[in-house]
Design a protein around this ligand. Structure first.
Ligand code: NAP
Length: 307
């Protein structure tokens, strides 16, 4: 049985493993896809301390993974379907799809969040045929084309700017009259001659035959509708926590895991870290801090059991 199993190998999970193994705990990370998490889809990160120049999301996460592996952390692939406590003082049991359950004395849940969908007609049909949720992955397919970016948060603002490397024009469509994203990102977008902002507006449908040929826009204040001919639609309207496999009793109304300031859940020995937990600020540096806090807390908990 492991001292500590960490579910998820994004910034929170990898940081938890780095702190856990350095505290002498026998650690295993279970990851569904490949290590790195959401940040792997981010072109450049310019607010992670220690990097004077912006660092690529892929590079930052590869370095974290390499650091964890160098310290001896084991990373295995698996799809976790349940986490349960055997008894109050007992170990935690992790159910895996198509595999034997694993047991650990402590568990840190760090499975992050997944991008939210708009839920408009045409979105599902044209995903991969003009509709995308990742500018780093798909931006280059739109060289010299016109695209729409939907959203008004940090991600939409950053990715709209990134897409001007390829697209001839980026229409940034936001449902309100002010952006949610950081001021520095707003200023960058407003100063970019290849970006046209379309405020107070929603995308009502995504249209085309074989692939996207346009979107139907609706102004929320005037009710006016118009068709905008574009070949790409990039959707960045936030994230939902990946908590579908967890008991409702651990979650709040937004389906985030409820934790105290030391990342303790309601179950002794079970912790949550990063974008999946209540009150997360959804920043890489904070996910790392959460992971470190949870691992130190797991160490303290295990030490207290031995007394
Ligand atoms: P977010 O901050 O939650 O913003 C989501 C945006 O999508 C909001 O502007 C929201 O509009 C809009 N939206 C939501 N549902 C919509 C719908 N159904 N139709 C149209 N628009 C919709 O999400 P995010 O931009 O993905 O960022 C997530 C978190 O990561 C944030 O906390 C952000 O600060 C953080 N982040 C940080 C960095 C960084 O530090 N470098 C980079 C990326 C992300 P309203 O504004 O009207 O609600």
């Amino acid at each position: 049985m492991k001292d500590l199993i960490i579910i998820g190998a994004g910034p929170a999970g990898l940081s938890a493993a780095i702190y856990g193994i350095r505290a002498g705990l026998d650690c295993l990370i279970i990851e569904r896809y490949s290590p790195g998490g959401q940040v792997m889809n981010t072109d450049m990160v310019e607010n992670y301390p220690g990097f004077v120049d912006p660092v690529g999301g892929w590079e930052l996460m590869s370095r974290m993974e390499e650091q964890a592996r160098r310290l001896g952390v084991e990373i295995t692939s698996g799809d976790v379907v349940s986490v349960e406590k055997k008894s109050d003082a007992g170990s935690l049991v992790i159910g895996l799809a198509g595999g034997d359950p694993l047991e650990a004395r402590t568990v840190i849940i760090a499975t992050g969040a997944s991008f939210r969908r708009l839920g408009v007609p045409g979105e599902a049909e044209f995903t991969g045929r003009g509709v995308s949720y990742c500018a780093t992955c798909d931006g280059a397919f739109f060289k010299g084309r016109e695209v729409v970016v939907v959203g008004g948060g940090d991600v939409a603002l950053e990715e709209a700017h990134f897409l001007t490397r390829f697209a001839s024009r980026v229409y940034l469509v936001h449902r309100r009259d002010e952006f949610r994203g950081a001021k520095i990102l707003q200023d960058r977008v407003l100063a970019d001659s290849k970006i046209t902002t379309v405020m107070d507006t929603v995308v009502s449908s995504i249209n085309g035959s074989q692939k996207v040929s346009g979107v139907l826009l609706k102004n929320r204040k005037t009710g006016d509708e118009r068709e905008l001919p574009v070949e790409g639609v990039f959707i960045f309207v936030g994230w939902d926590p990946n908590t579908g496999y967890l008991p409702a009793g651990l979650l709040n109304e937004n389906r985030e895991i409820i934790v105290d300031m030391n990342m303790n859940t309601k179950i002794p020995g079970l912790y949550a870290a990063g974008d999946i937990r209540s009150g997360s600020k959804r920043q890489i540096v904070m996910a790392c801090a959460d992971g470190a806090t949870a691992a130190l807390e797991a160490y303290n908990y295990l030490s207290s059991l031995q007394k």
